[in-house]
Ligand binder design. Structure first.
Ligand code: ME8
Length: 633
């Protein structure tokens, strides 16, 4: 019998910087679903990739003096490392600079053109070169782009448009007829409201060099979003491998963050309708990982490095924490402390101890062979396992990972209580060997089922512990069968016992000289270690404040203009509650001159002013007068 197919995707991530834990989050969730579906017997296609075209990538490459292709090739290596270190089992990795992608994009565009949905016209308005966005008078703020703060240009361009307005009604009808098309439910309402306000035709060409050229046009490339969305087709062979494409399309589940809902839930289905390609079955818009309540993002500068986490805690602990602590669909807070608590209490204590204790007793009392449960009249663990699997699979199908894991943890807790209640050591002492055999069999069998259910979430540890129980790898067995009670044969020889989890503390071993701080029990803040070479990369210079004004909409931010000798820089500084503009103007401060620019509250910050303290704040100033631009070492 041929397997049913299941096709799942993540967004393709921008190639203009390296991944952060937010991007890793969507990819980890997709991997958990892909592993679960494979375990349930599906033929899974899991696609992820990189969005490599556009002005931002072109500019980043230019500023490094390399070609865009070389630039994206380097970033692609970092993504490959992320995939490997987090045990991501993606089947395809699509990059929009690949020829196979270009072929598919042109094929889809041709279909849209043949439908009469792409037309040429004149665009008249404002254009932000950096964001590649056309803007209306209302959007432009003081002649600047509201997103990046850079000056906009008046543009009167020959351009190509997609007749998106034509799809307003068909989209609303489709939403009504397919209530699960956009999930969670409240996101469907958001998309519907947006369409109901009226759709405008979309300009789909840009005067940018690094991209896919519009056929017959030397000067224009296809708007990056139109280019990028088509990855979901080209990644499975649209335009290059019909058989594969026919096998997997339509997509069963597009996973994405809520930030890109409009592109995916409106533009994408409209493009597909235009090209007469069936629509995906479901799009799930998840929430944001936040840090202290703020969205984690590159522009806020509070991103968490996924490589730091995996190096310190291992892939399983991070995967477990993200799936267990964040209710999928909603925003969730990221905290390293909570990650450690989950690792220590859930994984090392509850799960690790259950498996380790039961197997140690099996070695001690039965020579390391799974005993025979002849005397088992007690089927409480069997019943609870069956009930748990039903809840677990229902929640996994609903993408409610937290509830699925909680159900498994109830079973773990029940198994731990079962050991405490039945006291195997006393059964041994009293010579009740048959009962001892039954109790141990029940606990180990229950552990085996637990580990099969946790396989998609903590694949490496679950695999290691199943091996200890003596379970042979059986990828062709369906999870439903593996989770059936009684699957563990008596007489199975258990493997070597090695703890699968390590307890962690929120402290880092700094270096040999500093170890004594920890030996004294001093808790030190968790921080990545840098070398003197790392530090030398930071260019600190003396700057003089020329002006300071509040950033509209923010409580504590000033937009500060700083003279650093060679030029005037703008920096956004969180010091408004501590200084007045008069205090600041004329002050000589220490300035980080080579920080990547970041947009904060719509203002482009091009460096950082150094200050100490959190409640009481003091700027770092000079105790001798030095010229602006002097190096700080
Ligand atoms: O938008 N919390 O790429 P991108 C949770 N190239 N998820 C987060 C997150 C956070 N704080 N930050 C990012 C793009 N993400 C386009 C997509 S698809 C055709 C083109 C995740 O690199 C989330 O999935 O900005 C979000 O939608 C995605 O990364 C944005 O990645």
């Amino acid at each position: 019998m041929t397997k049913s197919k299941f096709y799942i995707t993540t967004p393709i991530y921008y190639a203009n910087s390296v991944p952060h834990i937010g991007n890793a989050y969507t990819t980890i969730v997709a991997d958990v679903v892909a592993r679960y579906k494979r375990a349930m017997g599906y033929d899974v296609m899991f696609l992820t990739g990189m969005d490599e075209h556009g002005q931002k990538v072109q500019s980043s490459a230019q500023s490094r003096g390399i070609a865009p292709q070389q630039y994206v090739d380097e970033i692609a290596k970092v993504w490959a490392r992320l995939i490997s270190e987090y045990d991501i089992t993606s089947d395809e990795f699509i990059r929009t600079s690949e020829p196979r992608h270009k072929r598919g994009v042109l094929k889809l565009l041709e279909r849209m053109m043949n439908k009469g949905d792409v037309y040429e016209g004149e665009y008249e308005g404002w254009y932000c070169r950096f964001e590649e966005n056309f803007l209306t008078d209302l959007q432009v703020v003081d002649g600047k782009c509201p997103d990046c703060g850079r000056p906009v240009e008046r543009s009167s361009e020959h351009a190509f448009f997609f007749a998106m307005s034509k799809y307003e009604k068909p989209l609303l009808e489709y939403f009504d007829a397919h209530p699960n098309f956009i999930r969670p439910n409240f996101r469907m309402n958001e998309a519907r409201r947006f369409v109901e306000q009226g759709l405008k035709d979309l300009c789909i060409s840009r005067p940018v060099e690094w991209g896919i050229h519009i056929p017959g046009s030397e000067d224009y490339t296809i708007y990056v979003w139109v280019d990028a969305l088509i990855n979901y087709l080209t990644g499975i062979g649209f335009g290059t491998d019909d058989e594969k494409f026919e096998r997997f399309w339509p997509c069963d589940l597009h996973l994405l963050g809520k930030d890109i809902l409009k592109f995916h839930c409106i533009l994408w289905p409209a493009m597909l309708m235009s090209a007469d390609v069936p629509l995906p079955k479901s799009l799930y818009n998840h929430g944001w990982l936040r840090i202290s309540g703020e969205k984690m993002s590159k522009s806020v500068g509070n991103v968490v490095d996924p490589f730091y986490l995996v190096d310190n805690y291992g892939a399983d602990a991070v995967r477990y924490f993200l799936l267990r602590d964040v209710k999928f669909g909603q925003d969730g807070n990221f905290s390293e402390e909570n990650l450690i608590v989950r690792n220590n209490s859930d994984l090392a204590n509850d799960l690790g101890n259950l498996v380790h204790r039961s197997l140690s007793m099996c070695i001690k009392y039965f020579d390391g062979e799974i005993p025979s449960p002849v005397a088992s009249a007690d089927d409480s663990l069997r019943l609870k396992s069956e009930e748990t699997f039903a809840v677990y699979s229902r929640c996994m199908d609903d993408l409610d990972f937290r509830a699925a894991i909680e159900a498994v943890w109830e079973l773990i807790s029940k198994a731990n209580t079962y050991i405490a209640f039945n006291k195997p050591w006393e059964l041994k002492k009293n010579g009740q060997i048959e009962k001892l055999a039954a109790v141990l069999y029940n606990v180990i069998e229950c552990g085996r089922i637990i580990l099969h259910m946790l396989g998609p979430v903590i694949p490496s540890a679950a695999g290691k512990m199943l091996k200890q129980i003596g379970v042979p790898e059986s990828p062709d067995e369906k999870l439903e069968r593996l989770a059936k009670w009684g699957g563990l044969p008596s007489g199975t020889k258990i493997g070597d016992l090695v703890p699968a989890f390590e307890k962690k503390q929120l402290e880092v071993v700094l270096n040999e000289g500093k170890d004594e701080r920890q030996q004294k029990g001093v808790k030190v803040e968790s921080m990545p270690i840098i070398t003197i070479d790392d530090f030398a990369k930071v260019q600190l210079v003396v700057g003089e404040v020329r002006s300071a004004e509040p950033v509209p909409g923010s409580k504590n931010l000033f937009k500060v203009s700083v003279d650093i000798g060679s030029e005037l820089r703008t920096a956004v500084a969180g010091i408004k509650e501590h200084y007045s503009p008069e205090d600041l103007v004329g002050k000589k401060i220490v300035f980080v001159a080579n920080l990547a620019p970041a947009k904060i509250y719509g203002v482009l910050s091009e460096g950082m002013i150094l200050a100490a303290g959190t409640n009481a704040v003091s700027l770092i100033t000079l105790d001798r007068d030095l010229p602006v631009g002097s190096k700080v070492r």
